[in-house]
Ligand binder design. Structure first.
Ligand code: ADE
Length: 225
């Protein structure tokens, strides 16, 4: 998989890709991530990439020309399955979207900034818009990092134990059951007996019950879907 991230703040987004699972995905040769500074495509020598909005109103808007220049250059080099725009006014990211995107070959992710991008960018170039939640970030960079983390960990071979992604919360629209490790008794607080019983059918049943109970209590909306 190849991901090209277009941003006005490459430094803001690079570091999560240099650690842990996202680093491992790249080291194993299973993912390639490239960062493109929108300012390198500015319309003048002063690095202009944004302007005031027509009709008045606070906040600068990212212009179409630099974005077009960057996207066109990338598209001339290879085909892209998706050109994604990170923005709060879009459908919210969920596990289904992550699963779906983890099967793509090449993707561009455009990070919004300031007041957003000229609507014509969205109309002409973007194939998918994603929000990471009902709150406003200062830019799309952190959202893009979250999106990439959810995608890259799903690529077969990235996680050491492949089954662990499959038992994550949300994978069956259920939250994960509680987990415990040693000691079995911490100052009188004991691990549920079934987990140390060695009775695996019973353990599975307990986990399924707990997952359902937890989901019903804290995220009943997932059960309605
Ligand atoms: N940019 C600003 N807020 C955002 C959000 N909630 N999700 C994705 N991109 C954003």
């Amino acid at each position: 998989m190849r991901i090209d991230i277009i941003t006005v703040s490459p430094e803001l987004i690079k570091s999560p890709f240099e650690h842990s699972i996202m680093k491992r995905a790249q080291e194993k040769g299973l993912a390639e991530v490239h960062f493109h500074n929108l300012r390198d495509y500015a319309i003048n020598d002063y690095g202009k990439i944004d302007d005031m909005q027509f009709g008045g109103g606070a906040g600068m808007v990212l212009m179409i020309e630099p974005i077009d220049a960057c996207i066109s250059k990338l598209k001339a080099e290879r085909d892209y399955d998706e050109i994604i725009y990170m923005t709060p006014d879009a459908p919210t990211l969920n596990q289904r979207t992550a699963n779906n995107l983890s099967m793509k070959e090449n993707m561009i992710i455009l990070c919004g900034h300031y007041k957003g991008v000229d609507q014509r960018v969205r109309d002409l170039f973007i194939t998918k818009e994603i929000s990471i939640g009902d709150y406003v970030l200062s830019g799309g960079e952190l959202g893009a990092a979250v999106l990439c983390d959810t995608i890259l960990r799903l690529i077969p071979g990235v996680l050491g134990d492949e089954t662990s992604a499959l038992t994550d919360s949300f994978q069956d629209d259920l939250l994960s059951p509680p987990v415990y490790t040693r000691p079995a008794d911490y100052k009188g607080h004991k691990v549920p007996e079934v987990l140390t019983s060695g009775n695996f059918p019973k353990i599975e049943e307990w986990r399924a019950d707990k997952a359902y109970e937890l989901t019903e209590r804290v995220r009943p909306d997932l059960l309605e879907e």
